[in-house]
Design a binder for this molecule. Structure first.
Ligand SMILES: [Zn+2]
Ligand SMILES: [Zn+2]
Length: 366
């Protein structure tokens, strides 16, 4: 008989329907180089909300419902495949949720080059709506390939480590943008991606960062975390950036908003001659972009999708070392802890960010 576990179960219909807390099949090791983890902490991500609200349901076949989502995970090792010799039961770990075909015994060109975020067979993210839909951190247990399981030091809480996934996205964006010490940068957006972007830029020696925030509590947090300046979207952002850069515009603009916002168009306006725009936010529609200005000013628009290896170095491991060393602070981003059985409260917290001063709520288990 299949063992069962407790989980927040999603039947595919949009919230406020669709979710329940109950028993779900416990995932078992698919291959001998996989690891099973008891999920002690799981971040609640904007993309979880997209899934639950039914916006990304099309990304997974019906056979995958009911499903357990949640991809920002840390926990303890509870089972090991026979080929895993360098981990032991009880080890504290964070999971890199991205899996490429190479983890399932195949090997496309991109995965072989370590660029599994660009896997030619389509990325398989643990706990995210997609073709296989491996059970995520909203349930008690998950399984991941050994290569995506990272030991964490005792000094790091499970909650801090769980959101390494977010930080790795920003580490990749910085690797793409390659900012230099002395540059002036603008970060558009002060959600968790924007606030981690700020911290990564600071850690790379770029201390002159202006953050544009939608809410006052986000601007305040940006200042606390090292922003040279923080302005609100309803202020005159162009004027503030001109003042910040001596009229030159930003050397680099990191777009961390996405959705239906017109922040890419705004990024072009704020960027200096010969500057770079790194596109991180997942845009769902585009305002008209001033391509002519981009051409004349030689502004580069660089997409940054997830993360993987960069020049052979794991960006997830790089992110973990930034948190461990204290260069990036995650405690300050954690704004709520919820028991998974209390998921309605947690989701309400996420749906009303301004009212709750929400940055990153998290599910935690004992
Ligand atoms: Zn996420
Ligand atoms: Zn692949």
């Amino acid at each position: 008989m299949t063992e069962r576990m407790n989980a927040i179960i999603w039947d595919g219909t949009p919230y406020p329907g669709g979710l329940s807390y109950g028993a779900f099949d416990k995932p078992t090791l698919p291959e001998d180089n996989w690891v099973q983890i008891y999920n002690r902490a799981c971040g609640i991500c904007g993309s979880d909300m997209h899934a639950i609200l039914g916006r990304t349901r099309h990304l997974m076949p019906d056979k995958n419902f009911p499903a357990v989502i949640g991809h920002e995970i840390a926990g303890v090792v509870t089972a090991l495949g026979s080929a895993v010799t360098d981990l032991k039961l009880g080890d504290r770990v964070a999971i890199e949720p991205l899996h490429g075909c190479i983890d399932f015994g195949e090997s496309c060109m991109k995965c072989r080059a370590g660029l599994f975020q660009l896997c030619e067979s389509g990325l398989n993210v643990l706990g995210m709506p997609n073709k296989d839909m491996m059970p995520g951190g909203y349930g008690e247990f998950s399984c991941a390939h050994r290569s995506h399981v990272f030991k964490i030091p005792d000094s790091l809480s499970f909650a801090e480590a769980a959101i390494t996934d977010v930080l790795a996205v920003d580490v990749h964006a910085a690797n793409i943008g390659d900012p230099q010490i002395g540059m002036k940068a603008v970060v558009l957006g002060a959600g968790v991606i924007g606030l981690d972007m700020l911290q990564v830029l600071n850690a790379r020696g770029v201390s002159e960062v202006l953050v544009v925030a939608r809410h006052a509590f986000q601007a305040e947090k940006a200042r606390q975390l090292g922003a040279a300046r923080a302005v609100l979207t309803d202020q005159n952002v162009a004027l503030a950036v001109a003042d910040f850069t001596g009229g030159r515009g930003a050397d680099q603009v990191y777009e961390c908003v996405g959705g239906s916002a017109d922040t890419l168009a705004q990024a072009i306006e704020l960027c200096s001659i010969g500057g770079k725009i790194v596109m991180i936010g997942c845009a769902t529609q585009f305002a008209e972009l001033d391509i002519q200005t981009m051409l004349f000013k030689e502004i580069a628009l660089l997409p940054s999708n997830s993360y993987a290896l960069f020049k052979g170095v794991s960006e997830f491991a790089a992110a973990l070392s930034l948190i461990t060393s204290g260069k990036v602070k995650h405690k300050e981003l954690l704004t709520g802890s919820f028991a998974p059985s209390d998921y309605e409260k947690a989701l309400d917290n996420m749906l009303h960010k301004r009212k709750n001063n929400t940055i990153k709520p998290i599910f935690e288990r004992i």
